[in-house]
Design a protein around this ligand. Structure first.
Ligand code: ZN
Length: 372
């Protein structure tokens, strides 16, 4: 299936590591980061900054922020002198690029807009000035909104409003692009969620009502997310919600008496099975966990390499993982066969184990949740 580009971390500068810390550990999953020594490529300023190195996500929010022992977005170092966000990893800027960046960071707009804002907000402004793709600019403002959750209003609202404006531009610009329809669908969907999160329920409802085409998007979680959006908008709920709630809510809205409390477009909703609420045997539980680990490794690989898809395979005899993601997950339980080992954000992959789910091929979404 197809796919939105991952909204994750930008490429990062990873200079000399001073120390590494595992922030949280839960079985094999962990989030590690450390202080690194950075040097600004424009003015040579040396400084220390926190950088994240690896983590594992367990779920995804409606605004596509990943959940779990994970930093989202990954820390972005920023020069304390010129405020350049160090967004480029292990790649030297050419003299031409440096002079372009110097002109931007020294210019009126960046100087004013980068004052007192988060690193991602400054990076988004920089991307605007670099005249980058609207979807990329919007995604960076979205990341700035995650960063601003700590600081709260008005920084959060400001980042969200910018993200909405750029997603709108992206949706409009991508109207004619046949190969980027997934980006366009996300650019239409995300402003619904973001309008809701800042309490603009009228705008959120209007956008939701105008988004019927998204139901044909082919993005696995989209229809459930749209249904959940309608319920939350109707309830005046602006808090964070997990895409994983979709399946359980669908079951609850199907219960008599609750149906009228939700939107009118529930009738065509097919409840999705949610394996986490069913008792699993140990092979099934292991398969479920392996799916999560593989998804997380794939997502990590894409983010670190700026790739759009990745293939993996597993030797069923030994459980050894091969392909570029082997760097992140070396092995899974023996006996599991890969049916579809092609991973793309928004897409699916499938595994099969004779001891799990009656031996049928199990389909996982891009977060490693079993969807069928
Ligand atoms: Zn600098």
């Amino acid at each position: 299936m197809c796919c939105p580009p991952a909204i994750g971390h930008p490429v990062r500068v990873l200079p000399r590591v001073l120390w590494i810390v595992s922030l949280a550990a839960c079985g094999l999953q962990a989030h590690t980061g450390g202080m690194v020594e950075c040097v600004c490529p424009l003015d040579g300023t040396k400084f220390e900054a926190w950088q994240d190195f690896s983590d594992t996500a367990f779920g995804t929010r409606l605004d596509l922020k990943r959940l779990g022992p994970i930093a989202q977005p990954w820390a972005l170092a920023q020069c304390p002198k010129c405020r350049l966000p160090l967004f480029q990893r292990e790649v030297e800027f050419s003299e031409q690029e440096k002079s372009k960046l110097r002109a931007i960071v020294g210019g009126k707009r960046f100087t004013e807009e980068s004052k007192g804002v988060s690193a991602y907000f400054a990076y988004a402004v920089l991307r605007e000035e670099l005249k980058e793709d609207p979807f990329a600019i919007a995604s960076t403002y979205l990341q700035a909104s995650w960063e601003a959750e700590e600081t709260g209003e008005p920084a959060y609202r400001k980042a969200v409003e910018r993200a909405i404006r750029w997603f709108d531009l992206a949706a409009d610009q991508l109207r004619v692009s046949a190969e980027k329809q997934n980006e366009r669908q996300l650019a239409i969907y995300l402003p619904i969620e973001l309008s809701r999160r800042i309490g603009e329920f009228g705008a959120a409802r209007e956008r939701l009502n105008a988004s019927a085409s998204l139901r044909e998007s082919g993005i696995g979680w989209m229809n459930g997310a749209l249904d959940l959006e309608r319920q939350l908008i109707n309830a005046g709920d602006q808090s964070c919600h997990d895409i994983g709630e979709v399946a359980s809510r669908e079951r609850s809205v199907a219960a008599p008496g609750l149906k009228t409390a939700v939107g009118t477009d529930q009738a065509d909703t097919k409840p999705a099975p949610n394996s986490s609420t069913t008792a699993l045997n140990s092979v099934e539980a292991t398969l479920q966990n392996d799916g999560r680990q593989l998804a997380s490794a794939c997502a990590q690989y894409l983010l670190e390499n700026g790739a759009k898809e990745v293939e993996f395979s597993v030797d069923p005899e030994s459980g050894t993982v091969s392909g570029p993601i082997a760097e992140f997950v070396k092995s899974i339980a023996a006996g599991t066969k890969v049916i579809d080992g092609s991973y793309e954000p928004g897409g699916t992959f499938s595994l099969q184990n004779p001891g799990a789910f009656a031996g049928r091929a199990v389909v996982f979404d891009d977060s490693g949740r079993i969807i069928r």
